[in-house]
Design a protein around this ligand. Structure first.
Ligand code: HEC
Ligand code: HEC
Ligand code: HEC
Length: 462
């Protein structure tokens, strides 16, 4: 099945990932930087170990993958790590910087202490404060040994590129970096990761990766009004990784445990998802595609297992979540004798939404919503479809999506974009139908909700 109109959204525009901030307080403006997410990254870059014989060099290169430094520091078609990727904000544009070892335009003059200061405290060598678009609140947890390996790699494993940093296009007063001093004092966590003696070695390794270099919480933890993540580790029992919204994309809670599923089964599913971006229910999309493409697919089996162990154990997962398990579909495929499916197949179209589904979606996702896993995700019993917050669901229908292309699953399949074809009311009707069929029980979607997401995403879809 070939999509008629595939979307080449191979890169996520930073603009689409920035929050729509209504407060004009200068401090609140900083919030926006915290929400800039990793974006474009030219394929094939970032693999600069060359003939590295040095173990520390190889280790540093691996850690740079885990931290996904290239996602932000390599511009599309740019030289690896030479910076210049624009992060558009409503207050102007911020550019990532050159972190190659060039002594004048890059970080070649950085000592180890300067480097660690930038990564852990958000302070550049010349003393200026960095905005938290650079995820230093997470990197603060990186151990000294790993920080040294990263430094070694950036000094000796990355080719120097002479490319000047671009001046920020931020407007006053948002360009006053000194404001970040206050932010850092209030919100920046201090100290490297400390092992929890009550947990296993594997759990601790997972926690170290997720809370630290992996900076998963930059997207998956809710942000406060000044852009600070509301929690930085699993000791907070409810907020950390409980889901965050980045204008139009919802990075779901990583704490919800499907009813009836064993931790072992969920853990195995997670490892597969993190490595390939695909699971039994669906596939990574939006910013998560980039995370899998450029970072997670390169992680060792041991590290992926450690991450999955941490994510599926207490305290992160303690309670069962009723919402995640629909009436049918709990055990996998939806009941194909489902009344909705029977009616659709017989051509009994009960509502505008059902008709729109039949015409636009059923070719790939089937009239019973079971799709054709793993090529076309199932929509019955799908967590994204059933989520209370429909932002991501609306977003994917408006702008389409492509699956990550990884070594373990190389063909990127695409979901077409419907923004040019369906209006707000049609998408609302269609999604309301999808959210109430085949055992799904999620709240209806309104045209206003679609309009809101459309306003933030349309420019990013092309
Ligand atoms: C989500 C995007 C993002 C990721 C991921 C990221 N950075 Fe950054 N980084 C930035 C931005 C944006 C800046 C500039 C911030 C500013 O100007 O306030 C920056 C600044 C820096 C600086 C200060 C450079 C200077 O010119 O003074 C260093 C060093 C740095 N990053 C290293 C890294 C390393 C190493 C990694 C991976 C472990 C990494 N960054 C990952 C976005 C990112
Ligand atoms: C740049 C933002 C961003 C970062 C960083 C990020 N994620 Fe995500 N993640 C998302 C978004 C958006 C989604 C929803 C789209 C999807 O399901 O593919 C998502 C989805 C997921 C899902 C699927 C959840 C579900 O219920 O379907 C898992 C698991 C996940 N992320 C794990 C991680 C882990 C582990 C990390 C850190 C190593 C991480 N993510 C880092 C944005 C991010
Ligand atoms: C040409 C085939 C095709 C058509 C038509 C199509 N889709 Fe998709 N859809 C896909 C593919 C492929 C994916 C996986 C893309 C990805 O994960 O990046 C997908 C993903 C999705 C997802 C995300 C599921 C998940 O868990 O990751 C939703 C929701 C969705 N489609 C809904 C719809 C709706 C609603 C329509 C009709 C308006 C539709 N699709 C039409 C192929 C299609």
């Amino acid at each position: 099945m070939t999509p008629t109109r595939t979307i080449a959204r191979s890169r996520v525009q930073p603009a689409a990932l920035l929050g729509a901030f209504t407060s004009f307080a200068a401090c609140a403006a900083l919030a926006v930087f915290a929400l800039a997410a990793p974006s474009a990254f030219a394929a094939g870059n970032g693999n600069n170990t060359g003939t590295a014989v040095d173990e520390q060099l190889a280790h540093g290169a691996y850690l740079a993958r885990v931290g996904d430094c290239a996602a932000c520091h390599t511009a599309p078609h740019g030289k690896p790590f030479a910076g210049g990727l624009p992060l558009d904000t409503p207050f102007g544009t911020l550019y990532s910087t050159n972190i190659t070892p060039d002594p004048t335009s890059g970080i070649g003059s950085y000592t180890y202490a300067d480097f660690a200061g930038a990564l852990r405290e958000g302070v550049a060598k010349d003393g200026h404060r960095l905005y938290p678009a650079m995820p230093f609140p997470s990197y603060a947890k990186v151990s000294d040994a790993d920080m040294r390996a990263l430094y070694h790699y950036f000094m000796h494993g990355v080719p120097a590129v002479a490319q000047d940093n671009r001046a920020d296009g931020l407007r006053f007063p948002y360009n006053v970096r000194a404001l970040m001093t206050v932010w850092d004092t209030m919100y920046l966590p201090k100290g490297t990761y400390q092992s929890d003696p009550h947990q296993s070695v594997e759990w601790n390794r997972g926690a170290y990766l997720v809370e630290g270099l992996g900076h998963c919480s930059a997207c998956h933890t809710p942000h406060g009004m000044f852009g600070q993540e509301q929690a930085f580790d699993a000791n907070d029992n409810t907020t950390f990784l409980s889901g965050g919204t980045l204008a139009g994309w919802y990075a779901p809670s990583l704490r919800q445990h499907p009813d009836g599923a064993s931790a072992a089964a969920v853990k195995a599913g997670l490892v597969g998802y993190l490595r390939s971006g695909r699971s039994a229910d669906g596939a990574a999309f939006g910013p998560m595609t980039e995370v899998v493409d450029h970072s997670l697919q390169y992680l060792s089996d041991a590290d992926l297992n450690a991450i999955a162990t941490y994510l599926t154990s207490p305290p992160l997962r303690t309670q069962f979540n009723a919402k995640a398990a629909p009436a049918t579909g709990a055990a996998g495929a939806a009941d194909t004798a489902d009344a909705t499916a029977v009616a659709l197949r017989a051509g009994h179209v009960s509502s505008t939404g059902a008709l729109l589904y039949l015409n636009n979606c059923s070719a790939c996702h089937r009239s019973d919503g079971t799709g054709a896993v793993p090529a076309f995700p199932k929509l019955s019993g799908n967590g994204l479809v059933g989520d209370d917050d429909p932002s991501s669901l609306i977003h994917i229908v408006l702008s389409g999506s492509h699956m990550p292309s990884t070594a373990s699953a190389p063909t990127p399949l695409a979901m077409p974009n419907f923004d040019w074809r369906l209006n707000d009311q049609q998408i609302a009707d269609l999604l309301t139908f999808v959210r109430k069929s085949w055992g799904n029980h999620a709240p209806a979607v309104s045209a206003e909700q679609v309009q809101k997401v459309r306003a933030t995403t349309v420019s990013a879809a092309r």
